[in-house]
Each structure stands twice: as C-alpha cells, then as structure tokens.
Design a protein around this ligand. Sequence first.
Ligand SMILES: Nc1ncnc2c1ncn2[C@@H]1O[C@H](COP(=O)(O)OP(=O)(O)OP(=O)(O)O)[C@@H](O)[C@H]1O
Length: 218
Amino acid sequence: MLALDGADLGYGGTPVLRGVRLNVAPGERVALLGRSGSGKSTLLAALLASAAPDRRVALVPQDATLVPQLSALRNVLMGRLDDHGAWRNLRTLIRPSRADRQAALADLARVGLAPEADRRVEALSGGQKQRVALARALHRGGDLLLGDEPLSAVDPRQAEALAATIRDGFPTAVLALHDVAIARAFATRVIGLRQGSFLFDLAVADLDAARIEALYAR
Ligand SMILES: Nc1ncnc2c1ncn2[C@@H]1O[C@H](COP(=O)(O)OP(=O)(O)OP(=O)(O)O)[C@@H](O)[C@H]1O
C-alpha cells in the first residue's frame, strides 16, 4: 500500500533518514516513535508521496492547517473539497446542504465536539483544534490515515478514545506519536527512529522496555 525502497530522505541534499526500506500493508496500524527531530514528519511526508494515486489518503498534519476564521463545522466540510467542483464547494462552504451539515456534525460528534460545531476555530483550545483536524480527516475518510502527532494536545483518556475512533475510521494508519502507551494501545507495528535510521521495526507485542529506553536515551 505504501512502499519506500531504500530511499534517503532529507532536505536539500542533507539526509535525515538513510536507506529507508518500509512497506505498509493494508490493515496495518503503524506508530512512529522517536525523539524530536528524529525524522517522523519527514518519513510521513515520504510515505504520503509514495501512496498510489488511486488511494484515498486522509491527513492530520502537525500544525492543524485549519482555517481559524471559519467554524469547526466548515473546517470539517473541507475534508471533502477535492471530491467536488469549485461551485459546489463554494456553495457547501457558504451554505452547506442539510445532508453535508449532518454528515460533518456526525464526524464532530465522533471526536466529542458537536457542541462546538458553530464556533470559530480560532476561539477553540489547542486540544479542540486537534479534534477538529481529526474530524476533518474522518469526514474525508479513505483507505489510509497519515497523522503527525494527532493526539498530542488532548488529555490521556481522550487520546485513548480518539485512538479507538481512528482505528474504527481507517483500516490502515501511520501515526507519529510521542506517547508510548498510546502507541502500544493503538498500533499493530511500532517503528523507532533514532540518529538517521530505524532502531527497530517490530510487532507491538515485541516492544520491550529496553528498546524504548534505548530509543529515547540521551
Ligand atoms: N523543511 C525542512 N527543511 C530542512 N530541514 C528540515 C525541514 N523539516 C525538517 N527538517 C529537519 O529534519 C530533521 C527531522 O525533522 P522531522 O520534522 O522529520 O522530525 P520529527 O521526528 O517529526 O520531530 P518532532 O517530533 O519535533 O515533530 C530535523 O533535524 C529538522 O530540523
């Protein structure tokens, strides 16, 4: 479904990750772990670029990329903008049809945000913004979710519930995560990034404390 075949990943000739070999099969839920700057976002970008054009991919980028002046509901509606032509989109954003509004509201409800549907995103908390971005991805739907720390601003109990919502919403997902407990609960497979390469790439059942310690050691 996604495949990187020994590529060096980086910026302007400076590799961040070297010789990345990675295949993600349908049905896998992959957690990317590693210290800040280890290359999780870089790897997600390369995975996105490797997706076949007929795959429908939903994204939760790190900086939520929401339109702050618009309501939560309208931001969620944007998840499907590339399904339609410009006129239909304009109409949807100015005056959504009842069906579109209901569908977007249902997706906000999945992340516990239905009461905030008509509030402008700029007036929401960081965690609420993150949940709007997740609702937008759920509204888009698809074969695959790529998420860059999509649960970093919500509290641990909420993160667990949202991880389950992601699991129900997408058959396949790759998420950069910083919370090891959430990664264990969510993922089938865990990849640890350190110093320019994979320190491990394991089934979640094989992830032990020593590996986690080595991953984050200074
Ligand atoms: N657009 C860019 N141009 C040049 N270097 C970049 C760019 N984006 C990231 N980098 C560098 O690449 C390295 C990996 O960054 P990346 O954002 O992939 O790490 P990360 O693991 O996602 O970090 P974090 O957990 O802090 O989000 C860092 O050294 C970073 O400075």
